[in-house]
Design a protein around this ligand. Structure first.
Ligand code: CA
Length: 224
């Protein structure tokens, strides 16, 4: 499926030019002409990448970055800026942009940056398991509920990883024991209940809704 790119740019001619070039490369392109439309479009169409002009009517590019990042949106963002002062670039990256291109730019440069960001985010995606507002990174072993980092022990992590790898699928107590504790586990099988309780306490510390559900007499399931 074609990757979706949102272009938030108020100069119509430049926006059309970028759209044409991106479409030629096989991307699916949407244009938003101002900050508010841009912010709405990110939330509605969930693009794979955003090309974001710095100076926009409504909300500025860096402000859009900040708002997206503050709600946990990790979509790759490339800022377009006419200002090439170093301090502005830093401000853009501080706001949560992944890269920037200084106007006037060559289309080859923009396309190269787009490819880099899309590749990077695909690599990151394969490292991350997600369900609702819960995410787990295999590589860094970090777990987040929304923006909240959750500290888990090794076994709690393994248990959550197993559940996250099989969303909405009921996992029996035997499957969980075998997979998380190993075939030769000889201890009390109540260990699962104990660990599920720990996990829930940590996942619901801010009164978030329950995601690890008990299926009476069978096992557990990750479900809303
Ligand atoms: Ca502009």
């Amino acid at each position: 499926m074609a990757q979706k790119i949102l272009v938030v740019e108020d100069e119509a001619k430049l926006a059309q030019f970028i759209e044409l070039e991106l479409k030629y490369e096989g991307y699916q392109v949407t244009i938003a002409p101002d900050g508010f439309a841009g912010l709405a479009a990110v939330r509605e169409s969930q693009p794979d990448l955003v090309i974001l002009d710095w100076m926009l009517p409504g909300i500025s590019g860096p402000e859009i970055c900040r708002r997206l990042r503050s709600t946990g949106d990790q979509v790759p963002i490339i800022l377009l800026t006419a200002k090439d002062e170093v301090s502005d670039r830093v401000a853009g990256l501080d706001a949560g942009a992944d890269d920037y291109v200084v106007k006037p730019f060559s289309v080859e440069e923009l396309l190269a940056r787009v490819r880099v960001q899309l590749r990077r985010s695909q690599e990151q995606e394969s490292e991350i398991l997600q369900f609702e507002d819960l995410s787990l990174n295999h590589r860094t072993r970090e777990v987040y509920r929304g923006n909240r980092l959750i500290e888990l022990t090794a076994k709690e992590f393994d248990l959550l990883e197993y559940l996250l790898a099989h969303p909405r699928q009921v996992l029996t107590r035997d499957q969980i024991l075998e997979r998380v504790w190993g075939y030769d586990f000889m201890g009390d099988s109540n260990i699962i209940e104990v660990y599920v309780r720990y996990l829930r306490l940590k996942l619901e510390a801010n009164k978030e809704k329950r995601l690890v559900q008990t299926v009476r007499g069978v096992g557990y399931v990750l479900r809303d």
